[in-house]
Ligand binder design. Structure first.
Ligand SMILES: [Zn+2]
Length: 508
């Protein structure tokens, strides 16, 4: 049982610079629970200090003994990789938003076993790494701070209109969230506005965590790449809206596969507010690599969230994302919340009122281009622009298979849980009136959905969905080239997915 001795510690030394952040120091029982649920939280002072140095950098202080890690840190060059941790062990991987990384770090500062001196040393490290912010701009809901006099040129912004522009984007996103979600983004406890800092975040683009801290933008990328200012400000503010629905403030995400929710929906917010994304891969990758497990997709889950939102939007004022966040707030479980939101949105007898079959519909709509179409009366979510302002047109990876009379095709592969493999059989002129046979054999215990899409010269004609078939499946049909000259087979993994063999043949 928790003895309720949780306390909040304000980092006063940082507050003097205008970097206001509070740490929740949990009790011993709470700490045990927290670290059991989230394996990325550093558990010791040395792990915490390493993580601190990797995300804030080390400017004036040098470690007494230079380890290979410190050498790496000293030599690091700018690139697309950042450090992340598993129990304080550093690994390199791509990450544009520091939401989970900073969250792990600040959760680690809430370790009840840390002494005040150790916490002060960490704070001093951060203090050394961040500049003084001599400029302030206050708007209705934000206090923005920046510098143009840091000894680190990557902290500096000379043109204050960049900050003014960003303030406008943040206020636009705030108003849209408040109007459509009936709730404002989370404001740090004890504050009346959200603080926004511009500084050198090293390789990270932006950060919104911890909930009781500022939004931070990387000053250099903010200056160099104007096209990210709209989407990234909406993205980070959406993390603050997630906090208002209990994410991290009430519920600790468990495991390492929750970013399809946290980063996926924050990426969706970029499209929701601006129809623009900070990086194209977020929109493209679920088409380039359609067999990616949705739960592992992180930022790249974006097309699914657009589909989720547009497909379930019943009226102009309906907001399925709001329904989802309310469920999440209630359950504290993103997967359960998704399943329940879908279940409640569809009529009781609909086959699509279940996540696995709903996902099969997404598989089909990626083929026919309907994955971002809202109900009649509203324009589809098109175009969606990249940071350079270009319209992004995702291309679906399909295995193209020509079939003539007497031809056969067989292929074995593996489909992921909530991932999809696509095959398109293109019928040659001599197949008209011939019998086509298609069969898919999975393994015992495997779990699949099948969707079949007939097209004529690439134009959708009709589709069928044997929704009761989740194991082996097959059918025969006479080819009518006047009606359709290709058949796309979508094989999606349900609860597990698994290996399968697909066979197709046309009689000779
Ligand atoms: Zn994010």
């Amino acid at each position: 049982m928790s003895d309720g001795r949780e306390r909040t510690v304000r980092l006063e030394r940082l507050a003097r610079k205008g970097f206001n952040v509070s740490i929740r120091v949990v009790d011993e029982e709470g700490w045990k629970k927290l670290t059991a649920v989230d394996s990325t939280i550093p558990r010791s002072f040395s792990q915490l200090r390493h993580l601190c140095q990797s995300i804030f950098g080390v400017r004036r202080r040098r470690p007494l003994v230079e380890t290979p890690f410190h050498r790496l840190l000293r030599r690091r060059r700018r690139g697309l990789t950042v450090f992340s941790t598993l129990r304080g062990i550093i690994s390199r991987r791509f990450e544009e938003c520091g939401e989970s990384l900073y969250s792990s770090f600040f959760a680690g500062l809430g370790n009840p076993w840390l002494t005040d001196t150790q916490r002060a040393m960490i704070e001093a490290d951060i203090d050394d790494a961040i500049p003084e912010f001599e400029n302030t701009l206050e708007t209705d809901h934000f206090i923005l701070r920046w510098t143009n006099s840091s000894s680190n040129p990557n902290d500096n912004i000379a043109d204050s209109s960049i900050v003014e522009e960003t303030a406008g984007h943040l206020e636009t996103a705030w108003e849209k969230y408040e109007t459509t979600f009936g709730r404002t983004p989370y404001v740090p406890s004890g504050a009346t506005k959200i603080e926004v800092l511009f500084r050198d975040l090293m390789d990270i683009l932006a950060v919104a965590s911890p909930p009781d801290g500022p939004i931070q933008f990387d000053a250099r990328q903010w200056v160099d790449e104007p096209g990210i200012r709209q989407p990234t400000s909406a993205h980070e503010l959406f993390h603050k809206l997630q906090y208002a629905f209990g994410y991290r403030t009430v519920h600790t995400p468990s495991g390492t596969h929750y970013k399809w929710f946290s980063e996926g929906t924050a990426s969706w917010a970029e499209v929701f507010v601006w129809r623009r994304v900070s990086r194209e891969y977020k929109l493209r990758d679920l088409f380039n690599s359609p067999d990616l497990n949705l739960y592992s997709a992180s930022y790249r889950a974006l097309p699914f969230w657009i589909f989720f939102y547009t497909r379930q939007k019943d009226t102009a004022s309906d907001n399925p994302m709001h329904a989802f966040l309310k469920k999440y707030e209630l359950l504290g479980d993103e997967k359960g919340a998704m399943a329940k939101t879908i279940d409640e949105d569809w009529p009781p007898n609909s086959v699509y009122g279940e996540l696995d079959t709903f996902f099969a519909l997404f598989a089909r709509d990626r083929v026919i281009g309907a994955w971002r179409t809202t109900p009649p009366g509203e324009p589809p979510y098109e175009p969606i622009l990249g940071p350079d302002g270009n319209n992004i047109v995702p291309e679906l990876m399909i295995t193209e298979v020509p079939l003539g009379a007497g031809d056969g095709y067989t292929h074995s592969a593996y489909v992921s849980q909530l991932g999809t493999d696509y095959y398109r059989f293109n019928f040659e002129g001599d197949t008209d009136g011939k019998l086509l046979t298609v069969s898919i054999a999975g393994i015992p215990g495997g779990d699949y959905s099948y969707y079949f899409v007939w097209e004529k010269n690439g134009v959708f004609k009709q589709a069928f969905f044997p929704f009761m078939a989740t194991k082996d499946y097959g059918f025969s049909e006479t080819i009518n080239l006047g009606m359709a000259n290709s058949l796309t087979v979508c094989i999606s993994g349900r609860g597990t997915g698994g290996p399968y063999t697909i066979n197709a043949g046309v009689e000779g």
